[in-house]
Design a protein. Structure first.
Length: 438
């Protein structure tokens, strides 16, 4: 059957049949999905009605927006469901609950959209449900990805659900064991290579082309279609009232690319009347996008990545060109923060009872830095994307609170308290804690 979309090269504009398995154009350029319909293919009213439905397709925070994502035959859709992640109000400067996050950021109207609440604990599930469904439509029996953790966990889970063989390529010694454990538990064949993520990414592309295994990294344009629903659902949750800023972490930059594509399509189709500014925040030790932004995007130089935030420890992001487009057309910006700033911000999010993995906390660290610089105003309405669950990297939490992370001096350090098995010993600890104002 003919599909109501095509693949198009982002530089050449050359079009390709989406039923042909390919990840790049003939000259190696990135591809994007271009839908044939114009205007609103589905009404706001219908989207709201679907939120009340019990149909698994409507319940999904991806497939609820299927006309804007991938209009595939239902029998090919692999759904858990995913999405429907909470949007936490964290912006009031009053002294209560989640609001300690807003006080830390210096922003009165702050919302945290927690993609760590997806089925496998990260935003990757949004892209993976779209990618694996397209793989199913195309008749794939085996899939693969390179990953620092979250992608492998998500792909392994969806591949198991779809009955496909799954291969994940991971960099040696550069992955959280909690994430690796997910991929192993879901039955993926895990291949550890000597090299970093960028080496794994290059290898997996070669393997997939040579061995006819379907590639599901974010270079796959169908992954982007699922991931763009983060922004669509966020604005839907805000009753289509667009925030001033959307802030998110930047690693391989698939999310920045996807967010921009979703926002652009919402604007072009008349769902929203203006665009938010997008700010992508990178870790200082893995910041090639930031360095390119500071040059006015006149040059791009990959780097050897090194950061505590393993999910964004990427020195040569695949989606650079698409992410660049997002920053340019939203009048956005790119900022960088240190590992110490990331972990301090993470401690603030964790202490509020929300929690996130280190890469997610680059958002709050970046907002705080931009607010201190006067770029983000205290009164601005800001939505921050948290990309992964707090349990994705428990080793980083333990090392931080035990004072084992170089360059950090945590104000919110929370060490295990040791006591003798006596009332007096425990009383001393509890009294000290009750008198602590931090």
């Amino acid at each position: 059957m003919n599909l109501p979309f095509v693949l198009r090269g982002i530089d050449s504009g050359r079009e390709y049949d989406p039923r042909e398995i390919r990840y790049r154009g003939e000259d190696g350029e990135l591809l994007e999905v271009v839908h044939s319909k114009t205007g609103r293919p589905v009404s706001r009213k219908t989207l709201q009605e679907r939120r009340m439905s019990h149909d698994p397709i409507d319940v999904s925070g991806v497939w609820r927006y299927r006309e804007l994502v991938l209009p595939l035959p239902y029998r090919h859709i692999i759904v858990k469901p995913e999405g429907n992640t909470n949007l936490y109000p964290a912006g009031s400067l009053e002294n209560s609950g989640y609001n300690r996050i807003g006080r830390y950021a210096g922003v009165e109207n702050l919302y945290l959209k927690h993609e760590g609440e997806n089925p496998t604990g990260s935003f990757k599930d949004r892209g993976m449900t779209a990618g694996i469904s397209m793989a199913h439509y195309l008749g794939a029996t085996a899939v693969a990805c390179a990953s620092t953790g979250n992608t492998s966990a998500s792909l392994a889970s969806y591949a198991a659900q779809a009955g496909m063989k799954c291969f994940v390529f991971i960099p040696a010694g550069k992955i959280s064991y909690s994430k690796l454990a997910q991929a192993i538990a879901y039955g993926a064949v895990t291949i550890q290579i000597d090299g970093d993520f960028d080496a794994a990414m290059q290898l997996v592309e070669e393997v997939c082309i040579s061995l006819k295994v379907y590639l599901l990294n974010s270079v796959n344009p169908f992954r982007i279609e699922g991931q763009k629903t983060i922004g669509i659902e966020l604005i839907h949750q805000l009753n289509w009232d667009v925030p001033d800023w959307i802030v998110l972490p930047g690693g391989n930059l698939g999310n920045t690319a996807a967010l921009g594509k979703g926002l652009s399509e919402l604007f072009q189709r008349g769902y929203i009347s203006r665009l938010p500014r997008v700010a992508t925040i990178q870790a200082h030790g893995a910041s090639p996008f930031y360095r390119s932004f500071k040059s006015g995007f006149s040059e791009f130089t990959p780097m050897q990545a090194n950061t505590i935030a393993s999910a964004i420890r990427i020195g040569n992001p695949v989606s650079y060109k698409k992410a660049k487009q997002t920053i340019e057309f939203t009048n956005g910006l790119v900022e960088t923060v240190t590992d110490a700033e990331i972990m301090d911000a993470k401690a603030v999010i964790d202490r509020a009872g929300i929690g996130c993995e280190p890469a997610s906390a680059t958002t709050l660290a970046g907002i705080r830095k931009l607010q201190n610089a006067g770029t983000i105003r205290k009164s601005d309405r800001v939505a921050a994307i948290l990309t992964g669950h707090v349990l994705k990297d428990p080793a980083a939490i333990a090392d931080f609170h035990e004072g084992k992370l170089p360059g950090t001096d945590p104000v919110l350090r929370n060490t295990v308290q040791h006591a003798q098995p006596t009332l007096a010993s425990v009383r001393e600890i509890i009294t000290r804690v009750l008198n602590d104002t931090v």
